[in-house]
Design a protein around this ligand. Structure first.
Ligand code: PNS
Length: 160
């Protein structure tokens, strides 16, 4: 039986912390869908298509693209996508207790809705302080984000 999982998120933009979790999850599952989901509670920096293309480039550059599909989802429940592709798990990176508090209700609701489990993974502590919102802020104020993002993202933000 194929073990398929979805790694959902805004990825606005993908960070080294995200990439670390994606690489670790790719070691646990036969197929991994990295899914860019529109989060209406956040003010977006990048269009969805740009986030997908930066994820694809970053995953390729990290040589972890073997069993990873990058897609986007903007209509309906996240678990509908998971069920459509045969995924039995969602993977979320957990940096702190704040993330646990944010993710726990969603994990329980997603299990109630569709029987989809959520797997919490710990990124390398080197990335524990890194978030897309921090990257957006530093970048918009002209700061250097190269320590926090894959090189494809750093190049893109420098051009923008
Ligand atoms: O990177 P983010 O912004 O923290 O990701 C949050 C995201 C997009 C994964 C979350 O908002 C989500 O799961 N959205 C899907 C909408 C959904 O299915 N909601 C009902 C169950 S929680």
């Amino acid at each position: 039986m194929q073990r398929i999982a979805v790694v959902p998120g805004s990825f606005d933009p993908v960070t080294l912390g995200h990439l670390d979790v994606i690489a670790r999850a790719a070691g646990l599952f036969d197929e991994l869908h990295v899914l860019v989901v529109h989060n209406p509670s956040k003010v977006a920096l990048l269009p969805i298509a740009e986030r997908v293309s930066l994820l694809e480039e970053s995953i390729r550059d990290a040589n972890i693209d073997g069993k990873i599909v990058v897609a986007s989802w903007s209509v309906g429940l996240l678990v509908d996508y998971a069920t459509d592709v045969g995924a039995t798990a969602l993977v979320k990176g957990i940096r702190s207790q704040v993330d646990v508090a944010y993710e726990t209700p969603m994990a329980i609701v997603n299990r109630h809705l569709a029987g989809v489990e959520t797997v919490f993974m710990l990124p390398d502590p080197a990335h524990a302080h890194v978030s897309s919102s921090l990257v957006r802020q530093v970048s918009s104020l002209g700061g250097d984000v190269t320590p926090y993002v894959p090189s494809a993202v750093a190049r893109f933000l420098q051009r923008s």
